[in-house]
Write a protein that binds this ligand. Structure first.
Ligand code: NAG
Ligand code: NAG
Ligand code: NAG
Ligand code: NAG
Ligand code: NAG
Ligand code: NAG
Ligand code: NAG
Length: 357
């Protein structure tokens, strides 16, 4: 258990005079292209963690290997009406193309994306609900495009998609399945396919076709999460060979990397009235000892996983997002309203138009 090792861990930190960043023959890299594109300063590298094995950061590749569209010659055209299933299909094809890297960066920058209606309501199975265009733009486009900016991310970003199932009626209601290939910025070239089942309701607002309600289910996500943790963990364990952390498990190293990453963001962006932790050390101690890493279905609960997801949003609106990475978890990373029965029943009245009464 990480908790049992913590006193030793903190003592080791205190006595560490020299820092040696672990390097390995394997080339894991961190794609920080976002910084150069957006002119955002790199996050502070706090000395507390200098001996922690991290994925080696290097210049991003010129061409992201996962960045080739499914069918390179296809141009996706946004439909202008929702009068046929084909219109809805064109919309969702356009939507996933916009949600794929690097288009998502441009969409995120448009706050608010016109692909969501002003009062868009969505839910994402492994996290929570997202209401209004701004929050949806941040989480659906911004979160993944900012993953590359995050020190250590437990999730990847979508690079390719393939629509495998689709059906719609003649007024913009549809059900679909898509396979998204998620590439992991901290694991060179590692990509995992994840099926997303999505139904949505489209409307026309201000002359544009927009998503007004959606329910996105990441099928088998908890399984994908475990697969990724095992790959990530094995890589960190191999990097840890000659460090203070030689005897840590993959999950423990993942947790420490995620904690470091969250605390870097909290220190840089959550200050003044948005302050969450008294110091960097308090942040590390609290998150390491009081908060569990989390399972793949706990992306909206009081976990490191949840805070690691939300940290990408903090730079957008610190006032809104700092509490999510703080001790309380705000209204996104807490357990108090996530009792299983409540979660199941809460949605019975969340969406409109779905049940004949
Ligand atoms: C984005 O939409 C929100 C409401 O959903 C609004 O408060 C905000 O001002 C909008 N931002 C921009 C830049 O239009
Ligand atoms: C996704 O990755 C798989 C390998 O896991 C690859 O065969 C496939 O071509 C990629 N692209 C799509 C759109 O599925
Ligand atoms: C499409 O489905 C929705 C939801 O059931 C319904 O409200 C709408 O009337 C349907 N449109 C048509 C043209 O059948
Ligand atoms: C990653 O992909 C690049 C480009 O496709 C390739 O040159 C390189 O050998 C790959 N690296 C690994 C570790 O597979
Ligand atoms: C650890 O040290 C051994 C012996 O010096 C060396 O062979 C190995 O490559 C080192 N591993 C790492 C990850 O630095
Ligand atoms: C790891 O465990 C081995 C065997 O128990 C021990 O000899 C070694 O000192 C430990 N290394 C660290 C860094 O704790
Ligand atoms: C708070 O953080 C922001 C973002 O890093 C920074 O621009 C600002 O100067 C900080 N304010 C204080 C009072 O430190």
């Amino acid at each position: 258990m990480l908790t049992n090792k913590l006193p030793y861990f903190l003592t080791a930190l205190a006595s560490m005079a020299l820092s040696v960043r672990a390097t390995a023959n394997v080339e894991y890299y961190y794609d920080d292209e976002f910084f150069s594109n957006q002119n955002i300063a790199p996050l502070v590298d706090d000395p507390v963690f200098q001996d922690l094995p991290v994925f080696y950061k290097s210049d991003p590749p010129q061409q992201d290997p996962g960045n080739t569209p499914t069918t390179p010659e296809t141009t996706f055209v946004r439909p202008t009406s929702i009068n046929s299933p084909k219109d809805s299909y064109d919309f969702i094809s356009y939507f996933w193309n916009e949600a794929s890297y690097p288009n998502d960066i441009a969409q995120a920058a448009t706050i608010n994306s016109t692909l969501f209606s002003n009062d868009c309501k969505g839910r994402v199975s492994l996290t929570r609900n997202f209401e209004d265009d701004e929050l949806n733009t941040e989480y659906i486009f911004g979160l993944f495009s900012r993953v590359k900016e995050v020190d250590f991310s437990m999730i990847g970003y979508p690079t390719e998609f393939l629509i495998t199932e689709f059906n719609a009626n003649d007024s913009g209601f549809f059900a679909s399945s898509v396979i998204l290939n998620f590439t992991f910025p901290q694991l060179n070239n590692f990509t995992i396919p994840i099926q997303v089942d999505l139904w949505a309701k489209l409307i026309i607002e201000d002359g544009l076709v927009k998503m007004n309600e959606y329910d996105a289910i990441f099928r088998n996500f908890a399984w994908a999460y475990d697969e990724v943790l095992s790959v990530s963990g094995a890589a960190l364990v191999s990097l840890a060979a000659n460090t203070t952390y030689a005897n840590y498990t993959g999950d423990e190293l993942i947790k420490l990397n995620a904690v470091k990453s969250i605390c870097d963001v909290a220190t840089q962006y959550c200050n003044g009235t948005n302050l969450q932790y008294d110091s960097y050390e308090d942040c590390v101690t609290y998150l390491s000892t009081e908060v569990r890493l989390g399972e793949g279905w706990e992306g909206g609960m009081d976990t490191i996983f949840c805070r690691n997801l939300h940290q990408a949003m903090v730079p957008y609106r610190p006032t809104v997002h700092c509490p999510h990475i703080g001790p309380s978890g705000g209204d996104m990373c807490r357990d108090s309203d996530m009792n299983y029965w409540d979660v199941v029943w809460r949605y019975s009245s969340y969406f409109d138009n779905m049940v004949y009464t």
